[in-house]
Write a protein that binds this ligand. Structure first.
Ligand code: F6R
Length: 366
């Protein structure tokens, strides 16, 4: 059932090219290079009228939402707030008749996410769900559903569900931009072409795991680790950090790199491992100066850069290169080596990768 892999997690990591391909599937008009979302019940005019979005989810699904926020705001200029469901459900959110809520849940059964959905519906807010399970509570109760087609995810640590959720958010953001007219047809076509190249690029990353496996071995006895990045790299850092904590039991924190000097830099000393993501061209120089700051305090830095980058290697101890794509899509690629880092670290420590202590696959209680 693990298809020759030693764990479900590794199998699911390797299923990502397919999960991404299936989630895009019929939602791309090959000729027009546009997005089609026939599953939406609302008209284009209804959709275009929304001027404020909430994205509500837990854990890894919330991290997918953080990528979605940046992308939605960039492409549609509609303000988006991301909230963890356990907080959101007890808040007094500001709704108008132009507010749309997006809930994201792999299982479709997470208690807090479901409760947030119900609260919103009670207030008359339309809820769009992104979920992986047909027939789940979230799928049944939401007004609109965009399914991720990742297939069953068995390992507790979510991998292919996350990448599929991010793809669903890209598709929704492009469609929203299409109906709002905030992106030109040519701009949409360009992103669509980049989207279609992602499965092969994920495949290329999965074909060269040795550098990440070696780094995992080097950190297996670490007591603490930092992930740093800016912008979308920060959103991905949060996911990389959660994945590592969850299955390797090594403490780690993700920091927006510019925040380091406001406190956390005090923790950086000789040989503290730092994973530094520098894949976003417009903030690259700023990121490099943050890397230089942690290096100066003795950190052992693994940098992430785009293929073709020759500079980062000068400032770090090792570099993982990810294939280049348009900057908004890079998270889908950057997250793969981070998932592998968590996996190989857990495996090197001899832990049960698929069933970490204290955690359940689906959190159906508060
Ligand atoms: C982490 C992980 C969890 C889930 C969270 C939400 O690897 O899997 O953080 O993402 O429990 O679950 P769903 O998406 O089923 O609502």
């Amino acid at each position: 059932e693990k298809g020759g892999y030693d764990s479900f997690m590794l199998k699911e990591i390797y299923e990502q090219p397919q999960a991404v391909r299936d989630t895009m599937g019929a939602r791309i008009d090959q000729e027009k290079k546009q997005v089609i979302l026939p599953e939406l019940n609302m008209s284009d005019a209804e959709l275009a009228a929304y001027d404020r979005l909430y994205i509500v989810a837990c854990g890894t699904s919330m991290h997918a939402g953080l990528v979605g926020k940046d992308v939605l705001e960039k492409w549609t200029r509609v303000p988006v707030e991301v909230a963890v469901a356990s907080e959101f459900r007890y808040r007094d959110p500001i709704y108008t008749d132009k507010t749309l809520m997006i809930v994201i849940s792999q299982s479709g059964e997470t208690a807090d996410t479901l409760a947030a959905l119900r609260e919103a519906k009670k207030s008359g807010v339309r809820v769009l769900a992104i979920t992986n399970v047909v027939g789940s509570s979230v799928a049944r109760e939401a007004d609109e559903v965009i399914f991720t087609w990742a297939g069953p995810e068995v390992a507790v640590a979510s991998t292919k569900a996350y990448t599929s959720q991010v793809i669903a958010l890209y598709l929704f953001a492009l469609y929203f931009a299409q109906v709002k007219g905030t992106l030109a047809a040519a701009e949409i076509a360009e992103v669509v072409e980049h989207l279609q190249e992602l499965p092969a690029k994920i495949g290329a990353i999965l074909a060269n795991v040795e550098p990440i496996r070696q780094f995992a071995q080097s950190i297996q006895d670490a007591t603490s680790l930092f992930f740093i990045g800016r912008g979308l790299d920060y959103a991905v850092s949060l996911e990389g950090s959660l994945k590592l904590k969850e299955i390797s039991y090594i403490h780690s924190e993700a920091y927006a790199a510019g925040e380091l000097k406001h406190g956390t830099l005090a923790l950086i000393e000789e040989n503290v491992p730092v994973v530094a993501l520098a894949t976003q061209p417009d903030i690259y120089e700023k990121m490099v100066s943050n890397i230089v700051e942690v290096k100066a305090r003795g950190a052992h830095v693994l940098g992430f850069a785009l293929e073709g980058d020759r500079d980062l290697a000068k400032s770090v101890d090792g570099v993982i290169h990810v294939p280049a794509t348009t900057p908004m899509l890079t998270p889908i690629l950057t997250v793969i080596p981070l998932q592998l880092l968590a996996y190989y670290t857990s495996a090197a420590r001899g832990l049960d990768v698929d069933k970490p202590r204290n955690l359940a696959k689906s959190v159906t209680v508060e």
